[in-house]
Structures are given as C-alpha cells and as structure tokens.
Design a protein around this ligand. Sequence first.
Ligand code: SAM
Length: 253
Amino acid sequence: MDRPDQTTHFGFRDVALGDKQALVNDVFHSVAQRYDLMNDLMSAGLHRVWKDIMVNMLNPPRTDRPFALLDVAGGTGDVAFRAAKAAGAGFRATVCDINSDMLDVGRGRAAARHLDEKVSFVEGNAERLAFPDRGFDGYTIAFGIRNVPRIDRALSEAFRVLKPGGRFLCLEFSTVDVPGLDRIYELFSFKVIPTLGRAVTGDADSYQYLVESIRKFPRPNAFADMIRAAGFSRVGWQSLSGGIVALHSGWRL
Ligand code: SAM
C-alpha cells in the first residue's frame, strides 16, 4: 500500500505517487497519433538502431521453435514488430501498454504490416501484469520504465512473468557523459525538443515532461541494482550513443 504522503517525480515536479500515472497517461493520449513521427524527428532515426540492438540481444529463434515475448509499455508496437521481423515462425509477441490510444495506433500498424497474427495488443499496467507466472521467454521495455510510478513493482512483475531462463531487456534514456556532447544534448533536449513537440503535436508540455523525466531517472548503476533486487541474475548494461541511451539486461535463472 502507498502511504498518502508518498511523492515521486513527474518530470521536475514532485507529485503524489498516486497521481503520477494519470499525468503520464495524459501525455501519451495527447501525443499518440504523432508519437512515431516525433520519435524519428527527436532521435534523427536513432531510436530504430537502439531498438534493433535490443532485438539482436534478445536473439529470438529464427526457426519455428516457440518463443513468447512480452513487450511492456510497448506503445505503438515498434519493438514487437522489429522482433517479429527478426524471428522465425514460432515467434509471438504481446504488446502491453496502459494507454488505449497508443495501442490503437499499434493495432493499425500491425494490420498494415500483416503482423496481426504474430503481435497482439493488450491494455495493462506494468505494475500489475494480468499474465500468469513463468509464461514468457522474453520481456522487453523500451523508453517505458521511467514513466512507471513504482519501478520496483514493474521489475518484480517482469521477473514473475518470465520463465526460468527468460531474458529481461530494458532500453532507457541515460546520462550523456562525453565532454562537449553533454552540452549539445542539454541544449537540444530543453530548447529543441519541446519546440518540435509543439510544432508536430501541438503539445510542448508533454515533451518538456519527457526530457525532464530523463534527467530524473536513476543512473545506470543504480538502476542495475534495482534489477538485481527484483531477483534477476547476470545483470549488466551497456551505454549507447555516448550515453544517450542505456541497454540493461538480466536473466531469470
Ligand atoms: N516502447 C515504445 C517505443 O519505444 O516506441 C513506447 C514508449 S513510450 C515513450 C512510453 C509508453 O509507456 C507509453 O506508451 C505509455 O502509455 C506507457 N506506459 C506508461 N506507464 C505505463 C504503465 N504503468 N504500464 C504500462 N505502460 C505504461
């Protein structure tokens, strides 16, 4: 149970823990239709490379051997589509997201790509997954975990739904620590992204939240400790693109 006085961050604002999810949901309802276009514009297409690196690490079988992926906070299905493309006939993905607008965009994309047999979309909360224990071979979460109010619960749920031998992978924005790049990144984040967000989605505040939330997310070593605390083994992380993104991994053994 949450204590009524418990607070957390919503970007740079302190908010009651129980209020954060509704604020996050407003952000993604507002940007859903233009979400994929904005991802390409904000990252100059790099989000595709980062997701492909995660899918390579997931390494789903290229054969008809069954492999069940759960992509949490999967939004419009990007990671699941990439994994389906890389995998063989036995691959199935479930995209779980709390936001019906993001899922609706994803369902449309799956149909257009003829992937609706392989990729299904389910509304749900990362903190309380409506899936049985030990049902999935892989769990991925890309740019989602920092939006979840109780990260420790989401990580425990990831552990619960993975089979023993299952792989946990998490992509999240991180801390740029390359001298020079850090200042450019800071300027780009706080000056360019909200302005771009206003021009493309009509909503600068949502993108202001997104860049602020990146700054508030734990550093990679601290986040790796949280993954270990949830029960995962052989936990590691690698920094991508000068620290813009970190790819975290672990196994349920
Ligand atoms: N993974 C997708 C991608 O990389 O393109 C979407 C990432 S988007 C930045 C973050 C997603 O997290 C949104 O679709 C949002 O609805 C979802 N989300 C936020 N809180 C959530 C929660 N508690 N449970 C499940 N999904 C959540």
